[in-house]
Ligand binder design. Structure first.
Ligand code: PMP
Length: 379
């Protein structure tokens, strides 16, 4: 069977061959628990520290500021719940956490879980392109704000956020800043040293699944408390055996991303433009939900009026792998909270699909995807 063209990089990306090769010996020939005192353990520990340096270089941090986690979900939980609990313990009286309406559920749910501990969760709105409204943020952040958490790039629509403004507003109010950078690292040049905390996910940047990280600035006035308890690994913030092969793969993927950042972005931008041109040349009617300057290269959120996204995805499924803009919750299709926050009606949300043209896609993929979609959605 012909393998469908993979265009769902918002969700996960194929593993970089360099990462696969780097990980390989650490599963078997060089097995060793990086926390063990023998030579095998020390070699594993050295490999983990090399990978920590490679990931840290990509985000402009010191290696000691990076804590390995199982992914961005866990990093977001630690950044939000761990920081709130640390603030409570330190007697800090600020009780407000400001998040954007389009955050990933791991941010929104972590924040909501703190309501019972006396925190108020304030959601800051976005405009119709999925970019946070800076003047609204300015009004909502104040002397009660403990933490402002804004994602670098949205995972459903690809909109990049004005992080410099977010940092300026939070700092002026004396609030901490957390950035969920899962969708930005490896796609945009990002310097985390301006933030207190940042979450990373390896599989979004062509590394293995099941590994990620939390950047904790050495300058952060509050250090998150752990949300899990155990052996005190990762400077006490994230206990559990550090998975050497996954960490090594993450490090190798980061190293490749650092050298290819510009080339990857240019390639992704070229393919998405080619795809759009091809759709236009076939007189397909569609709307781009996030215009070019606001979106991360290669990412497209498109609405095909009069077409149901789920049906497009199913019909195209044997040829292209794409995702919808609505989330299926307990058997019911509900409009995505991201598209709803951008002002879409449930009908408009149900007509939206997302695509991502990444490093391992070709111009032929882009052209073929346009042909497949144009045949399904009509003119
Ligand atoms: N944040 C964002 C913005 C994401 O896109 C994702 C993954 N969809 C996550 C967090 C969760 O990442 P992980 O799969 O590494 O837990």
């Amino acid at each position: 069977m012909h393998t469908p063209i993979y265009l769902d990089g918002h969700s996960t990306n194929p593993l970089a061959p360099e990462a696969l090769e780097a990980m390989s010996p650490w599963w078997h020939a060089q097995a060793g628990n990086p926390h063990s005192p023998h030579l095998a353990g020390m070699l594993a520990s050295q490999a983990v520290e090399n990978a920590r340096s490679d990931v840290a270089s990509l985000i402009g941090s010191d290696p000691q500021e990076l804590v390995f986690t199982s992914g961005a979900t866990e990093a977001n939980n630690i950044a939000i719940r761990g920081t709130a609990l640390a603030a409570l313990e330190a007697g800090i009286e600020r009780r407000e956490i400001v998040v954007s309406t389009i955050e990933h559920k791991s941010v929104l749910s972590s924040a909501s879980s703190l309501r019972t501990a006396g925190f108020r969760i304030i959601e800051t709105p976005v405009d119709e392109s999925g970019v946070i409204d800076i003047s609204a943020l300015e009004r909502l952040v104040g002397d009660q704000t403990l933490l402002v958490s804004v994602m670098a790039v949205n995972n459903e629509v690809g909109s990049a956020q004005p992080l410099a403004d977010v940092v300026r507003i939070a700092r002026a109010a004396g609030a901490l800043v957390h950035v969920d950078a899962a969708q930005a690292v490896g796609k945009l040049s990002l310097d985390c040293s301006d933030f207190d905390f940042a979450s990373l996910s390896s599989h979004k940047m062509y590394g293995p699944m099941g590994i990620g990280g939390l950047f904790v600035s050495s300058a952060a006035p509050v250090r998150p408390l752990p949300v899990l308890f155990g052996g005190g690994q990762e400077t006490g913030i994230r206990p559990g055996t550090v998975p050497t092969p996954l960490v090594v793969g993450f490090g190798a993927a980061a190293k490749v991303s650092r050298t290819r950042l510009g080339a990857d972005a240019a390639h992704s931008r070229t393919l998405s433009a080619l795809f759009l041109e091809e759709l236009l040349s076939r007189q397909v009617q569609f709307f781009e939900n996030v215009p070019e300057p606001q979106r991360v290269p290669g990412s497209l959120s498109l609405r095909f009026p009069g077409n149901d996204a789920m049906s497009i995805i199913e019909r195209a499924g044997s040829q292209i792998a794409i995702s919808e803009g609505s989330a299926c919750t307990s058997g019911q299709i509900t409009a995505s909270h991201v598209l709803t926050a951008m002002g879409f009606t449930p009908q408009q949300a149900s007509e939206t699909v997302r695509l991502y043209f990444g490093r391992y896609n070709s111009a032929a993929d882009a052209a073929e995807a346009a042909v497949v979609l144009s045949e399904i959605v009509g003119r």
